[in-house]
Design a protein around this ligand. Structure first.
Ligand SMILES: [Zn+2]
Length: 127
């Protein structure tokens, strides 16, 4: 009976959060409160730190915002979008996703702000 309980406990929380596959508890890699089977952990390069591209995208958007270097912001957003595609394709470490996510959202908000500010300036100069 203890075995049945163990296999139940072992099976449901230890299904891989990417492919749904089951594996031994010890072989799972957890990241961000999610468990990944060994092959998905390899796919997501969970042993690796965020890529420099993910970090660079956030740095570009941040510098663009802090130093009013407007062209850096769309460059950072494009870099973040490319990095998110690479992460989804398993070509870049999953740990870069928070950086690229923040860079993309922050960058898009900043771009929207620039556009609104530009429209306001044009509208005020009209009369
Ligand atoms: Zn998996």
């Amino acid at each position: 009976m203890a075995e049945a309980g163990q296999s139940f406990l072992g099976a449901s929380p230890h299904a891989c959060s990417r492919c749904g596959g089951l594996a031994d508890e010890g072989s799972f890699v957890t990241y961000n409160a999610k468990a990944y089977c060994p092959s998905c952990a390899r796919f997501h390069r969970l042993e690796l730190r965020p890529s420099r591209w993910a970090i660079l995208s956030l740095v570009l958007v941040g510098l663009g915002a802090l130093c009013a270097l407007v062209p850096l912001v769309p460059a950072g957003v494009l870099l973040a979008c490319r990095e998110l595609q690479r992460i989804d394709a398993g070509q870049a470490p999953l740990k870069g996703r928070p950086y690229a996510d923040v860079a993309r959202v922050l960058g898009l908000v900043l771009i929207a702000g620039f556009v609104l500010a530009a429209i306001a300036v044009v509208a005020m100069s009209w009369d």
